[in-house]
Design a protein around this ligand. Structure first.
Ligand code: UD1
Ligand code: MG
Length: 483
């Protein structure tokens, strides 16, 4: 079978009533992507002539999820069952001779499993080949009725099982390979004989069998691959499996993950050799981590790009930012989007960055807000430094040069520039540019008054004396005061 003979059909028009959600089932996420996107991606390597996604419920959103991946969508309205969904897709399949059909809610299937299904279909010269699985608890799935060791006679839906059939633990995954010239006539013979008055694709199996066509079922080597997401618990389980696969892939590439089951990693994340990921970390979006980094417990990185030997101390939150080699941040640092922290720089505890560039070797160790700031190399930003970048209407930049020393508790009222090598005295509110190698000091001058405190205490004590009578009268006075 050449790839040009093959089409993929993904059935994704249903609502997913059992999830109790306003969101269409296939738009729920597992393993960091929508279910339907996961399925389109697992079919990619089959290189079929066409991937057709049948959409219906929240059609626009589903189409928006799959069309960027090159899939074609067809609208099924109303949604009259899985058999009807396939009829709706017929025209879009063009000249394909075979179709792999998948439900939109069983995203764990692996490409190699699909390839082996297609091979079995081909080798057996079958009209239909079902991917089945043997489950300890088959409840909720359609069951495979075999008429011999190799041949299938029908699929019986859960709602239509006899007591005897209920014992069958080989289930229908709803993933099939069909020979289309056999399928179309069989589908026309299917009747909506069920309580939902729907056309079931599963009934096409009995229709094919009745005509003497060959129907095979290939048992999935790993039954977890066919898990469908009909409930929130199913979704959680599918997510868990995807996450486990991703962690395993990173560990295979030389990444250490401690207590792996507590670590959540999105599918596109990469990490280099000897990087260590501590418990409770989340690596999300397109995060890329270099070699020998340490991401310590409780940190959440989204779309972060880290060089080599970077340390993210516990409980940091990083969004869309670059940290170059040997940077250390945290604990408790927050990097909002669009920062570039250059090599060897150090961002300490309770420091927030936004749209800022921190030069090589620069340190901002404690309790600061640096927004819309450009800071040169080897500068020191004292504790409690704030860039006042917003006047209630607009944002303004702060520019700080190389080897600058900003004293603690400095407010830099932007737009403002501090030249190379300048000093800012602690506690200053800087509203004008500070020249290179100069000192900026902007605070009230200190006045010391010798003996003032002692005098004050004496005065207060003298004023208190007449009131120092009995405890009783003192209490009376207090209650009076309260009134
Ligand atoms: C289906 C199978 C069942 C199998 C199970 C495996 C049928 C009748 N039953 O049951 O044998 O064990 O999957 O998970 O096929 N859809 C449409 N249009 C429709 C109806 C459904 O596109 O008119 C789509 C849904 O969006 C979903 C898929 O088809 O992605 C399967 O539908 P679902 O309702 O989940 O079927 P199950 O009850 O799980
Ligand atoms: Mg289902």
């Amino acid at each position: 079978m050449s790839n040009n003979d093959l089409a993929i059909v993904i059935l994704a028009a249903g609502k997913g009533t059992r999830l109790k959600s306003s969101l269409a089932k296939v738009l729920h996420r597992a393993g960091g992507r929508t279910l339907v996107e996961q399925i389109v991606r697992s079919c990619e390597s089959l290189k079929a002539r066409q991937t057709v996604v049948v959409v219906g419920h929240q059609a626009d959103q589903v189409a928006a999820a799959v069309e960027p991946l090159g899939a074609l969508t067809v609208l099924q309205h109303p949604q009259n069952g899985t058999g009807h969904a396939l009829q709706v897709a017929k025209r879009a399949l063009g000249r394909a001779k075979f179709a792999v059909v998948l439900p939109g809610d069983a995203p764990l299937v692996r490409p190699e499993t699909l390839r082996s299904l297609i091979a079995a279909h081909h080798n057996g010269n079958a009209a239909a080949t079902i991917l089945s699985a043997v489950l300890a608890d088959p409840a909720g799935y359609g069951r495979i009725l075999r008429k011999s060791e190799t041949l299938v006679s029908a699929i019986v839906e859960e709602s239509q099982l006899t007591d005897e059939q209920r014992e069958i633990n080989e289930i229908n995954s709803a993933i099939y390979c069909f020979t289309l010239e056999k399928l179309w006539p069989a589908l026309t013979r299917v009747k909506p004989n069920n309580k939902h008055r729907e056309l079931y694709l599963t009934d096409a199996i009995a229709a094919l069998n009745a005509k003497g066509d060959t129907v095979l079922a290939q048992v999935a080597a790993d039954s977890r691959e066919v898990l469908g997401c009909n409930t929130r618990a199913d979704l959680a389980e599918v997510d868990r499996v995807f996450r486990e696969r991703k962690r395993q892939a990173l560990m295979d590439d030389g990444v250490t993950i401690q207590l792996p089951e507590t670590v959540l990693i999105d599918p596109e994340v990469t990490a280099g050799e000897d990087t260590i990921i501590e418990p409770g970390v989340q690596l999300l979006g397109r995060t890329k981590i270099g070699a020998r980094c340490t991401i310590r417990t409780g940190s959440v990185l989204t779309d972060a790009i880290l060089g080599d030997d970077v340390t993210v101390e516990p409980h940091c939150v990083v969004a869309r930012s670059r940290l170059d080699d040997r940077v250390i941040i945290g604990p408790f640092a927050r990097l909002r989007p669009d920062n570039h922290v250059k090599a060897g720089a150090r961002i300490g505890n309770f420091v927030e960055l936004k749209k800022s560039t921190i030069g090589e070797g620069t340190k901002a160790m404690h309790l600061s807000y640096l927004g819309d700031a450009k800071i040169g190399t080897k500068s020191n930003i004292g504790a409690g430094t704030i860039t006042c970048n917003y006047d209630g209407f607009h944002k303004y930049p702060t520019s700080i040069g190389n080897k600058v020393f900003i004293g603690s508790d400095t407010a830099l009222v932007a737009p403002v520039r501090v030249g190379n090598g300048a000093y800012i005295a602690a506690g200053s509110t800087i509203t004008a540019n500070v020249p290179s190698d100069g000192l900026g000091i902007a605070r009230g001058r200190q006045v010391n008054k010798p003996g003032w405190a002692a005098r004050k205490r004496r005065e207060l004590a003298a004023a208190e004396k007449p009131m120092k009578t009995s405890k009783k009268s003192k209490r009376r006075k207090v209650t009076k005061k309260r009134k």
